[in-house]
Design a protein around this ligand. Structure first.
Ligand SMILES: NC(=O)C1=CN([C@@H]2O[C@H](COP(=O)(O)OP(=O)(O)OC[C@H]3O[C@@H](n4cnc5c(N)ncnc54)[C@H](O)[C@@H]3O)[C@@H](O)[C@H]2O)C=CC1
Ligand SMILES: O=C(O)C(=O)Cc1ccc(O)cc1
Length: 294
């Protein structure tokens, strides 16, 4: 059977990149030949030990020369930098994609380097964990999770169809949307929760210093559930916060207003507002669990 692409090259075989490679190993319909590229020699060593690809190298420009599909799985701040370095070496007719968590700044950063004979079809899997690196990945990571497509106007229907088939083979569900919409949605459902989780851990730690108390030793399960994502990678999240600046700050403003309204209700003993707010939050959370998309 002819695979979707002959040669798949993943740049950055960390959590997301190694999960793509693991899945591609299990699904021969995806690619015949797998290449992994990382600038970090230790990551390449781990990728070899885990047998993630047929070829593993630090040399991105040589690796992409024969690839039919190149997937950029590096932090969003360096996606345009890596794209600029590899695009001149990609073969005509190849597809370039990235899995970056932000769209606007990445598309803007990549666009000046694009070539008319290369299709750029970015797609962001809404799946991940708080862990990073090649050991953290797993083949079922994308199973039943959304993958958000924001293809450029000039991407060919054939290239878009190949990327759709690729993510379906990864197990994902697909949705197309425009870049600004993507960035707003991700700001509220992913980027703001991470910002709040990092911040509340800082607040608790500062308080522990001030009280000379082991506040965090007694962290209740609510704190633990709420802050799981605060164990995530600092460079990845620094880049996401800075590269989705506008949408994130807008959602943070809205959140701050809502938190202030709750503070006012508590100050004023406004039982009805407190209960209404909790009931609304509880309804949303319960619906999330009932309509669980995994
Ligand atoms: N972690 C998550 O839950 C999710 C992450 N994403 C996005 O996927 C991308 C990758 O994230 P993770 O897999 O979590 O990161 P990771 O930290 O596990 O892996 C990133 C890899 O990129 C390599 N790298 C960094 N700069 C490089 C360069 N210039 N050239 C070659 N390799 C380079 C690093 O050495 C590392 O091995 C990011 O853009 C992130 O926003 C998307 C969905 C979920
Ligand atoms: O660990 C979690 O629950 C996440 O939220 C992972 C995640 C991180 C970044 C993304 O762009 C998408 C998903």
């Amino acid at each position: 059977m002819k695979p979707l692409v002959e040669t798949l090259c993943v740049i950055g075989p960390g959590l997301i990149g190694s999960s793509i490679l693991r899945r591609a190993r299990l699904e021969p319909s995806i690619a015949r030949h797998l290449i992994a590229v990382d600038r970090d020699a230790h990551v390449c060593d781990r990728a070899r030990a885990l047998n993630l690809a047929d070829e593993i190298t630090q040399d991105a420009t040589a690796a992409v020369a024969n690839a039919d599909l190149v997937v950029l799985c590096v932090p969003v701040g360096v996606i345009p930098v890596v794209a600029a370095a590899i695009i001149p070496h990609m073969k005509a007719g190849a597809i370039l994609t990235d899995v970056g968590s932000t769209r606007g700044s990445v598309v803007e950063g990549i666009t000046p380097y694009l070539r008319p004979d290369i299709a750029y079809v970015p797609a962001h899997p809404m799946a991940g964990t708080e862990h990073s690196g090649p050991d953290a990945g797993f083949a079922t990571l994308f199973e039943n999770r959304w993958c958000l497509f924001t293809p450029a106007m000039n991407a060919s229907p054939e290239a878009i169809a190949t990327m759709e088939a690729f993510w379906q083979a990864m197990g994902a569900r697909l949705r197309h949307m425009d870049v600004a919409h993507h960035d707003k949605i991700c700001a509220i459902v992913s980027h703001l929760p991470h910002l709040l989780a990092f911040t509340i851990c800082n607040t608790a730690d500062t308080l522990a210093d001030e009280l000379r108390a082991e506040v965090l030793d007694f962290a209740a399960s609510g704190f633990r559930d709420f802050t799981r994502i605060a164990a995530s990678d600092p460079i990845m999240w620094r880049d996401i916060f800075l590269h989705n600046r506008e949408a994130l700050l807008e959602m943070l403003d809205r959140f701050s207003q809502d938190a202030q309204a709750m503070a006012d209700a508590i100050r004023q003993d406004d039982e009805a507002t407190i209960v209404r707010t909790i009931e609304r939050g509880r309804r949303i959370r319960r619906n999330l669990i009932e309509n669980k998309q995994a």
